[in-house]
Design a protein around this ligand. Sequence first.
Ligand code: ZN
Length: 356
Amino acid sequence: MADARQVYIGTDGGATTSKVAAVWADGSPVSTKLLQAPTPSSTGPDAVVASWVAAITTYLEQNGLAWQHVQGVGLSIPGPYLRYGVFGKSPNLPETFIGFDVYTAYANALAGRAARTVPLVVGNDGNFGGVAEAQRVRGAGRASVLMLAPGSGLGCAYVGPDGLPLEGDTLNGMEAAHLPAPLHLLGGIDPYPCGCGRTWGCVEMYTTLAGLPHLIARALQSRPDHELAKPSYAPRQRALALRGLAQKGDPLAIEVFDFQARALGLHVASLMMALDTDFVVIAGGLMDPEATTDAFRARYLTTIRETALPYLWPTQQQRLRIVPASLGDLSQAIGAALVALYQSMARPGVSDRTAS
Ligand SMILES: [Zn+2]
């Protein structure tokens, strides 16, 4: 008899490392172990697509599965895009990827390997990461979820009751890192120019590594004897050293991270006015238990919460839960697999079969 196992594959197509994960038809992960393979970006986009198909084959073998079980594939890729499934100019990919229709190339490669059409969905890696974190926090419920991931920039995702991310009509939905910060509530700080080109004081500049050199220079004005004031430090080195100093209780480092957490808390409050979610997931390197102390993470999350709460409606104040992300490196591959699953459930005919 036919083997009824159904699996949905997620590929996280990072610039240097690609990852594969999968979920069953009920959304549970096939394995909590990722398959990771180097992305041969320098050899061109077709070689990258071929490497993804090979990685799926290896993943299937490792988990006692075969291509016949694959019901759909999702692909997480970094933006921006020219259109659905077509790379724009990404800071992390070689020029040969600009204008590459990764959707069509991957769909063809999957069909060639599986000897049939395999449904494929392509989406923003940050959004797909949000899909996976949202599934974790809301369980079987339908609560919506906002995810904010401060890192080198500020990743933002909104996941609705259907489990899918807000993408917008031009795939630029939820680029909330580039909304203006309420500078008057942040001590009247200057509007720092952002890498996106906007000069209105993008939130990203007050919450992430991108603006940290500015924030440190500002903090050093009142602490000129601090070790980071030494001229041997380049601005970027200062920014990278700050996280370690904060874990040791350095007052200047704590002051800067408190500022960033307040800025992020104000952003949570702004976004709640538009999105009204029960959950806010905070992701990114600061939430990595191997990179920061329990006390640091607790202080950061508490500051976000206490800053946001006064601006919310009473019902939101009661219901809002701000929680750290839990999936780490797994999230974007698992999210891609989940979106492939959700899309298959939404396709006419498939939902009719599974509903009975
Ligand atoms: Zn910006």
